[in-house]
Design a protein around this ligand. Structure first.
Ligand code: HEM
Length: 265
C-alpha cells in the first residue's frame, strides 16, 4: 500500500505502533516535505547573518570599527556553523534513540533521521563560505592583498597561522562535499572528512590565541568543541546504532540516496 494511503485508514493495527493514526499521518506528511523545507530554512538562516551585517554596515550601525566588525563576525559565524555541522551526528543519534523508544516505525525517512544528516553538507558549506569570506576580508582590509604582509603575519602571529591551517583543512572538505566526489572516494571520503576535527580544533586555537589580543568569547566555543570531541571518542567505543531496517526487523532494499548518506554518517 502506498505510504500516503495508510495515513487516514486507521490507527495502531495498520501502523503497528502505539501512536494514534493522526500522529503517524503528520509524521508521514512531514517526512515527505521536511527535508526540502529544512534545507530552505537552513540556507535562509545561514544567509541571515551576512545580510544583517551588510544592512548594519549600510546603515552605519556596525560599531566604531566596521571593518574589524566584518572580519570578526564572519569568523564567528564560520566557527558557529562548523560546530553546528559537527553537532548534527550526535543530534541524529539522539533522534534515532527517541524514535526507537517511542516505536516510531513508520515514515522511515523521518524516524531514521537521515534528513538531519543531509543538512550537514549545507551547514558545512555555510561554515566554509563564512571562513572564505573571513579570509577574503582579512586579505583585502588588513593586508591590502600584500603577500609579503601575509608571510610576515604567518611568521609573527600564531593566530593567523592556525586560522590559515584550519582554512586549508576545510578547503578540500568543501571541494569533495559533492555526491560525485563521495562516490569517487568511497571509504576514503569518510577518512578525508575526519579532517573536520583537526580543522575545528585549529579554528578554536585561532580564537584562543586571539584572546591574548583582547578578543573574548572563545570559552563557550571551546566547551562545545570538547563536548563534541568527547562524544566522538565515546561513540567510537560503543557499538553502532542499528539502522532503521534492523529496528523494523526487515531487510528493505536501500535507495541510492541512503547509500550516500550512509557514507556521510
Ligand atoms: C584563513 C585564515 C584566517 C585568517 C587569516 C584569520 C584572521 C582573523 C583575524 C585578523 C581576526 C580578527 C582579529 C582581531 O580583530 O583582532 C580573526 C578573528 C576570528 N576568526 Fe579568523 N582567520 C582565519 C581563519 C579562521 C577560521 C577558519 C575560523 C573558523 C572556522 C576563524 C574564526 C575566527 C573567530 C571566531 C574570530 C574571532 C571573532 C570575534 O572576535 O568574536 N578564523 N581571524
Amino acid at each position: 500500500m502506498p505510504a500516503k494511503s495508510r495515513i487516514f485508514t486507521g490507527g495502531s493495527i495498520l501502523t503497528g505502533t502505539s501512536e494514534p493514526a493522526w500522529v503517524e499521518g503528520i509524521m508521514l506528511v512531514c517526512a515527505h516535505h521536511l527535508p526540502r523545507l529544512l534545507l530552505c530554512a537552513a540556507c535562509t538562516a545561514m544567509a541571515l547573518p551576512a545580510l544583517c551585517t551588510g544592512a548594519a554596515m549600510l546603515q552605519g550601525q556596525a560599531g566604531v570599527n566596521p571593518l574589524e566588525h566584518l572580519i570578526r563576525s564572519s569568523g564567528s559565524w564560520a566557527l558557529r556553523l562548523l560546530l553546528l555541522a559537527l553537532a548534527i551526528a550526535p543530534a541524529r543519534h539522539a533522534g534515532v534513540r527517541l524514535a526507537r523508544s517511542r516505536a516510531w516505525r513508520r515514515g522511515k525517512r523521518m524516524s531514521d533521521w537521515n534528513w538531519l544528516i543531509r543538512l550537514r553538507r549545507p551547514v558545512g558549506l555555510g561554515a566554509f563560505f563564512y571562513a572564505a569570506a573571513h579570509l577574503g576580508l582579512y586579505a583585502a582590509l588588513d593586508l591590502d592583498f600584500s603577500l609579503e604582509e601575509l608571510a610576515s603575519d604567518l611568521r609573527h602571529k600564531p593566530f593567523i597561522a592556525t586560522g590559515m591551517l584550519s582554512f586549508l583543512l576545510l578547503a578540500p572538505l568543501a571541494v569533495t562535499s559533492t555526491d560525485g566526489w563521495m562516490k569517487r572516494l568511497q571509504r576514503n571520503w569518510k577518512r578525508l572528512h575526519w579532517l573536520v576535527f583537526p580543522a575545528a580544533i585549529l579554528a578554536e586555537s585561532h580564537f584562543f590565541l586571539l584572546s591574548k589580543t583582547g578578543v573574548t568569547g572563545w570559552r563557550i566555543y571551546a566547551l562545545a568543541l570538547v563536548a563534541l570531541l568527547v562524544y566522538r571518542v565515546l561513540r567510537g567505543r560503543v557499538p553502532t546504532l542499528p539502522t532503521q531496517d534492523r529496528i523494523d526487523g526487515t531487510v528493505a532494499e536501500r535507495p541510492p540516496q541512503a547509500a550516500a548518506s550512509d557514507i556521510r554518517q
